[in-house]
Design a binder for this molecule. Structure first.
Ligand code: HEM
Length: 443
């Protein structure tokens, strides 16, 4: 017989009415770290809502795998359902299961050869104008590449350029507003006629017709092109196929879920490699030894073990997605503690990736630790989440990061620009704010 469920301890310092909302807003990661000492599952209050913060890696796996059926994606996702609709990120239950099944083949390893070509072309296009001594804003430079890649992976039609340009222009503000909506202590605030809600609706309203045009263009010209859109239009499971409106939602989801995240991962890599030039030199050594001067090919991906360790370590050390949320759809226990139906659960890949019980000196950036103790690291480092809701684009993202590093680092030395003050900031992503870098030619 299992032990009876117990109440979880409450986080100290809750204020009347606001609860812990200010702690969550001001320094969420530092505050989460402090909750390790309180317990594995810690009760907090965000305004009138109760939520539970998971601080233990073992309990994170319980949530992702053993008990995933007892949770849906929860309130945070509901705040931006008007953008993602029934896309993979925000759908639940049977709808999610079926769509994931239909979409999974588009992300199979065999598809990567085509995506890798797009990735190489986009890196070339967006770095062609770089000159030695130039200073670049990392967010703008990296998002231009990652948006170009996702837009072209979705459609090889010329409208991909327009789609990427439109999203690039609106993305920073959309993400900022999304985060504020998701963190709102009172969800009703998101429905009031406030200027920021109006701006949000306008941004969303501009994006939707463009995505509809992308699909309509395709319907007119049905030449199969082997891109994501043609795969989605062809996807079938028995009598089930994806409707245009669901395909629309998936396109918006891929555009928003696949660009800022990967750009953030790349930006962190540039920061970390600039701080650890000896690691950057070893990566360049490996790239030159395996590739010489030629462009990277799909078969090379498994021949770059050190570069892969560096990417794994950066995603563990500074995970772009620092917060994952769920909501209990029934009374359930996590780590032996009761989580009542309707309660939100918050889990941070930053906390698991810095778990002092599984990782020695977790704040150090040490790619070689993956060779020494890879298994326990893989348990704790969950930059792509886990279980049936794990990121569908994980291999796509790691491939893209490898392609960017291989094409950029062999030509350029990247350094944090003189005078740039880089500060980690937990918003929609965990991002090194202020990261500008200077490119210097490598001999
Ligand atoms: C370094 C880059 C990336 C990171 C760190 C990342 C992280 C994540 C995480 C943590 C989740 C799980 C969220 C949860 O459990 O609530 C997720 C889900 C998802 N990601 Fe990514 N992602 C990245 C790149 C991408 C790319 C390139 C794409 C698409 C082209 C993508 C598409 C998605 C989708 C569609 C989901 C929802 C999957 C589902 O629920 O079935 N992501 N991502």
């Amino acid at each position: 017989m299992s032990a009876p469920a117990t109440d979880s301890p409450e986080a100290p310092g809750g204020l009347p009415l606001l609860g812990h909302a200010l702690r969550l807003r001001d320094d969420p990661i530092g505050w989460f770290e402090s909750l390790r000492a309180v317990g594995d599952v810690v009760r907090i209050r965000i305004g009138p809502q109760r939520a539970y913060v998971i601080t233990s890696t073992a309990v994170a796996h319980e949530l992702f795998v053993a008990k995933y059926r007892s949770f849906d994606k929860g309130v945070a996702v509901e705040h931006f359902r008007d953008v993602f609709g029934q896309g993979l990120l925000s759908s639940d239950g049977e709808t999610h299961r079926l769509h994931r099944l239909l979409l999974q083949p588009a992300f199979h390893r065999e598809r990567l050869a085509e995506y890798l070509t797009i990735m190489r072309e986009q890196v070339a296009e967006h770095t062609r104008s770089w000159r030695a001594g130039q200073i670049l804003d990392a967010r703008i430079a990296m998002t231009a590449i990652t948006l170009g890649v996702v837009a072209r992976a979705i459609t090889s039609a010329p409208v991909a350029d327009e789609l990427a340009a439109e999203v690039q222009q609106r993305l920073p503000r959309m993400l900022e507003l999304s985060y504020r909506r998701a963190m709102s202590p009172l969800p009703v605030l998101n429905r009031l006629p406030l200027p920021r809600n109006r701006e949000w609706r306008e941004l969303v309203a501009r994006l939707h017709p463009l995505v509809d045009r992308v699909i309509a263009d395709y319907r007119r010209d049905d030449t199969r092109r082997g891109d994501l859109l043609s795969m989605m239009l062809a996807a079938r499971e028995g009598s089930n196929a994806l409707s245009d409106s669901v395909i629309h939602d998936q396109i918006v989801t891929f555009l928003l879920a696949g660009t800022e995240t990967t750009a953030t991962g790349l930006t962190w890599l540039f920061v970390l490699l600039s701080e650890h030039p000896e690691v950057a030199d070893r990566v360049v050594g490996e790239l030159r030894e395996v590739l010489g001067e030629r462009p990277i090919e799909p078969a090379d991906l498994v021949r770059l073990p050190y570069t892969t360790r560096v990417i794994d370590e950066a995603l563990r050390h500074s995970p772009p997605i620092w917060l994952i949320t769920r909501r209990a759809v029934e009374d359930v226990t996590l780590g032996g503690h009761l989580v009542p139906e309707g309660a939100s659960v918050l889990l941070s890949p930053y906390l698991t990736g810095h778990d002092p019980e599984l990782i020695d000196d977790p704040d150090a950036f040490d790619p070689d630790r993956w060779e020494r103790v890879g298994n326990s690291l893989r348990q704790a480092a969950l930059p792509f989440g886990g279980g049936p809701r794990k990121c569908i684009g994980d291999t796509f993202a790691v491939t893209e990061i490898t392609v960017v590093l291989s094409e950029v680092l062999r030509r350029w030395r990247i350094r944090v620009a003189p005078g740039a003050v880089v500060t980690p900031e937990a918003g929609m992503t965990y991002f090194p704010k202020g990261m500008r870098f200077v490119v210097e030619g490598r001999e």
